[in-house]
Design a binder for this molecule. Structure first.
Ligand code: BES
Ligand code: MN
Ligand code: ZN
Length: 509
């Protein structure tokens, strides 16, 4: 999709569909006697330009300015646009950048449904032009994506090809091509990286093996100017990454460890703060010998969503702030119950030297992260963030509205929490008191890999903490956030790309 700044105002813009967000305070409060009417100057102007079709829609109650609600009008009187789409933007006082992203997404989904190719989107004056443009672009790209990768017919198709960004009121005075172009550039970097991460999650596990994940990463890294290296099984054996190797033993697909660096992190960097992003990359999690039930097991193709988020974020950050020193690590493997598979009760010595009794082979994410986190430390990371679809317990605790957030770097946790209104990706902090550590005590080794049913998300984090040691660290448990099985008004069902925006927002600039 191409984006362009338009200095025109909406009556004169020619397009297949013009999308206009409507806030609660653009319309009068309806009562049984008086229907809602346009009450703000901009909506009154739009009403006049449509021969009062907007008034008629409001009177009919077919349209209300509720968030995500929308209504289409054909051939509005004095507009050049073929269609006018009113999009509910909700309460103006509750409008956030995340909501602007969603409003743009609703517009694009509606345009696709009507096979509109060229659209125009009015950015009302809620945010500075650059931020508004970035959100509009991110939301548009997100909505223009479909998960029908392997449909040979009945494809939704209907991609929107052009989107003009218009600015109204205050925003139009301040908007200039340069500010908007910068917002578009950022929005494209983040939006495309998010969709790339979504495709990795949507791909079935027979296609997206560890080797295929790495291949696609290498192709994209070359384009984004990121340095990428791949460690093979032999390298892991030489270093002693036996926790990662233990998970891969039951599969015929060789494990991989993907290591990414921004240009700013290449070469000697002693003394410079270095943030490492680590993402769980289990391309399919059957549970291994501790086999999962078959119901919903297909969703475990998304068990590399943390790795996809790390890769997507690194690609965007490589474009937006290449000089910032950042590492990305993605340990990649399948978790299958083959003849050589790790068995409950097996003990391994991890890269860190700490020994692990593997009680449950389905708690594999923490095993591969153990070695990747320890390795990040050896590479000089001074702060570590990890993202992983780690525990079903997190879905039980927080559902699919908030992801879990735990760790030792409270300053970063606070920033992540504060960024939620901009990213639209919500996190809720859970505690990690040391008392939880006794749950993973083992009789035979330094620790065991499961801590029982109580506090499952926390005991998993306590396990990870053993491998980050004193490095400031934040763990994001994104289980249940990777795949949206219900669908949203601004997106197709399927992979969400959850985590990309969070990492970019935290680390850019
Ligand atoms: N990948 C799963 C966690 C998961 C569950 C993600 C549901 C998304 C949706 C992870 O590897 C796992 O199997 N965790 C176990 C841990 C248990 C054995 C301690 C779990 O949550 O059941
Ligand atoms: Mn598992
Ligand atoms: Zn898993």
């Amino acid at each position: 999709m191409q984006f362009a700044y338009s200095p025109e105002s909406h009556p004169s813009i020619a397009c297949d569909l013009l999308a206009y967000p409507v806030f609660d305070d653009d319309v009068s409060k309806p009562s049984p006697a008086d229907p809602a009417t346009p009450s703000s100057a901009p909506l009154k102007a739009l009403d006049a330009a449509t021969g009062h079709a907007v008034s008629a829609l409001l009177a009919s109650t077919e349209f209300k300015p509720e968030l995500h609600r929308c209504c289409k009008l054909h051939r509005p009187a004095q507009l050049q646009a073929e269609r006018l789409l009113l999009v509910g933007a909700g309460k103006r006082s509750e409008f956030t950048p995340a909501r602007l992203r969603e409003v743009a997404g609703v517009a694009v989904r509606a345009a696709r449904a009507s096979h509109c190719k060229k659209i125009a989107l009015v950015c009302r004056d809620a945010f500075p032009a650059r931020l508004a443009a970035q959100m509009a672009v991110e939301g548009s790209l997100y909505a223009n994506y479909d998960a029908d990768l392997y449909k040979t017919k009945d494809r939704e198709g209907g991609d929107v090809t052009d989107c003009q960004l218009l600015f109204e009121g205050e925003a139009s005075g301040k908007a200039d091509g340069g500010e908007v172009a910068e917002g578009v550039r950022r929005g494209v970097a983040v939006g495309e990286a998010t969709n790339f991460a979504r495709t990795l999650v949507n791909e079935p596990a027979n296609v997206l093996t560890p080797a295929q994940f790495v291949q696609r990463a290498l192709d994209e890294c070359a384009k984004a100017g990121l340095e990428a290296q791949v460690m093979e099984r032999e390298g892991m054996e030489a270093l002693g990454m036996n926790a990662l190797l233990a998970v891969s033993r039951g599969s015929d697909q060789p494990p991989k460890l993907l290591l990414l660096r921004t240009p700013g992190a290449v070469g000697e960097n002693a003394g410079v703060p270095l943030t490492a992003l680590v993402g769980k990359g289990v391309t399919f999690d059957s549970g291994g010998i501790s086999l999962k039930p078959s119901d919903k097991m297909e969703e475990m193709k998304g068990d590399m969503a943390g790795g996809a988020a790390v890769l997507g974020a690194m690609l965007a950050l490589g474009r937006l702030c290449p000089q910032k020193p950042l590492l990305g690590l993605v340990p990649l493997t399948e978790n299958l119950p083959g003849g050589k598979a790790t068995k409950p009760g097996d003990v391994v010595k991890s890269l860190s030297g700490k020994t692990i009794e593997i009680i449950n082979t389905d708690a594999e994410g923490r095993l591969i992260l153990a070695d990747a986190l320890a390795y990040a430390r050896t590479l000089g990371a001074t702060r570590i963030l990890d993202a992983a679809t780690l525990t079903g317990a997190c879905v039980v605790a927080l559902g699919t509205v908030n992801a879990g957030m735990l760790g030792t770097d409270q300053a970063t946790i606070d920033r992540l929490r504060a960024n939620c209104a901009a990213t639209g990706e919500k996190f809720w902090q859970l505690p990690i008191d040391d008392e939880y550590k006794k749950a993973i005590r083992s009789e035979i080794a330094d620790m065991k890999n499961v801590g029982g049913r109580a506090g499952g998300t926390i005991t998993a984090a306590k396990f990870l903490q053993e491998f980050v040691e004193d490095t400031p660290w934040v763990h994001l448990d994104i289980a249940g956030m990777d795949i949206d099985t219900e669908g949203r008004p601004f997106a197709c069902k399927g992979a969400t790309g959850f985590g990309v925006r969070t990492f970019v927002q935290l680390l850019e600039g």
